[in-house]
Design a protein around this ligand. Sequence first.
Ligand code: B12
Length: 215
Amino acid sequence: MSVQVAERDARVEAVGDAFFDAASRLDSNGMREALVECSAVHGVDVVVADVIVPALRRIGDLWEEGRLSVLHEHVASQVIRSVVDDFGQSADREGRPAVVLACPPGELHELPSHLFAAMLRVRGWVPIVLGANTPWRATVRSLSSFRAQACLISGIRAGSLASRGAGLSRMARSVCVLCVSLSSRLDPRIVFSRGSHSQPLRARGRAASSGARRP
Ligand code: B12
């Protein structure tokens, strides 16, 4: 590993620690500052994959052990959501492909959709996040309403939905459908082509401002 990469990794790890410490103190401003500064320096992919996801896992583990409360999780989740929803926003949506992100009925873990949406925006996609506990009918309807080219269903058990459901099969006739769960990787190069799942997720149109590499 080069010295520059090691230094960069150490800086990102320090941001992760600062974010986690702020979350432990319920310090919303501290959390927000850590994320905004990190994204300005290192970009959206790094702040999502190397700061936010590890911090959420740490919070989840400590919550499971009873060492952090649901309040800590809620405050951190709200701050993360409000910050990442600003990443990669652009008024210029014309001609960009839309992708719908939804959680199945009963699923409350919607944050991954917001995180992944930020990664998609900086690659020139227009993500439509339907959020937690979305009725299947609404998800299906959204595909034509937004002329979506793809649909991501995510949740802690969503992986097991992949081969099930008349609704999913119907959807897959018109767009690429992907079900992601705890065992999937939050990887923007995720495979995404209708039927075969063999092509990387690629946006047409221009990439948005952040300078992130296209997959
Ligand atoms: C925040 C949170 C909540 C919040 C959600 C708020 C929100 N607005 O999203 C609330 C409070 C609602 C919640 C509720 C519950 N939660 Co919860 N939650 C979490 C927490 C802390 C973070 C979740 C998160 O967003 N992680 C960030 C994501 C991106 O990371 P990840 O899950 O590791 O995802 C990776 C992959 O799965 C994949 N991936 C995941 N989603 C997606 C989506 C896309 C598009 C892609 C490409 C990839 C991808 O990429 C990620 C990175 O590699 C996790 C802890 C953790 N380890 O994550 C627990 C956790 C997921 N929750 C858990 C549990 C048990 C629950 C409850 C059942 C608790 C309860 N008794 O009520 C309920 C279930 C509610 C429901 N019906 O859905 C467990 C799940 C255990 C399991 N294996 O089933 C965890 C792991 C906590 C723990 N350590 O025990 N939770």
